[in-house]
Design a protein around this ligand. Structure first.
Ligand code: GSH
Length: 227
């Protein structure tokens, strides 16, 4: 199978991590990104987003698109370790937190903080830290505070194992840290500790190492703003 999409995308990261956790091997075409998308990519993904997964690389028109669909496919392909809890309430809550991460959190992290820094620099413009600071403040007072409460003393967001909820949330929060905004441990001790736990997993550590190698290669180094 072949995964299409640039590694700094939180949605591509989500898929790379679950595949690594499940020991699934795949080819990875990292050239497709929001800034570099060939016209004929529409034939693979009509919404022109990354990631896309080609179960059969010789048949690109029959792709599995969207990180949630891909993660669901990989769970069926290799059920263990399970990323979707069995208990109905836990299952529903895991899907809700995944949805929250992929939509509201993704939008506020991506558009509000990550892109004003990273996309500006990639386009040869100065990073817009005024916009990013405002974006982070909005997150801190809203969705991050909500997530802090959702942990409620637990090790992971739902049930007692690292699930699709943890995976989707961590994939987004990593992009905050990449541009210098980490979870403030004084204001959000549970979320900060959870993030450390999540990032210590071999699967996440591997993707972080890859991202950091990329930043080092292109000479990017963002000062820490919080945390
Ligand atoms: N719900 C989609 C979201 C994918 C998404 O929005 N990907 C971004 C990159 S992080 C993208 O492809 N954006 C295209 C663009 O901005 O033109 C998923 O989970 O796969």
């Amino acid at each position: 199978m072949k995964l299409l999409g640039a590694p700094l995308s939180p949605f591509v990261r989500k898929v790379a991590i679950i595949a690594q956790e499940k020991g699934i091997e795949y080819d990875h075409d990292k050239r497709i990104s929001p800034m570099s998308m060939p016209d004929d990519y529409t034939e693979i993904h009509p919404l022109r987003r990354i990631p896309a997964l080609l179960p059969d690389p010789d048949n690109p028109a029959f792709a599995i698109n969207d990180s949630s669909a891909i993660c669901g496919y990989l769970e069926k392909l290799v059920p263990s370790p399970a990323f979707y809890p069995d208990d109905p309430v836990s299952y529903g809550r895991a899907l809700w937190l995944e949805e929250l991460a992929d939509t509201g959190l993704g939008e506020q992290v991506g558009m509000g903080v990550f892109r004003p820094v990273m996309f500006n620099i990639s386009a040869g413009k100065p990073a817009d830290y005024e916009k990013a600071d405002a974006g982070f403040e909005r997150l801190a007072g809203g969705l991050l505070a909500y997530l802090e409460k959702q942990l409620d003393g637990q090790e992971w967001f739902v049930g007692d194992a690292f699930s699709i909820a943890d995976l989707a949330i961590a994939s987004q929060l990593i992009n905050l840290a990449h541009v210098g905004y980490d979870i403030p441990a004084d204001a959000m001790p549970q979320l900060a500790a959870w993030k450390k736990r999540a990032c210590a997993r071999a699967s996440l550590a591997a993707t972080l190492e890859e991202d950091n190698a990329f930043f080092a290669k292109v000479g990017l180094n963002f000062p820490a703003k919080t945390g």
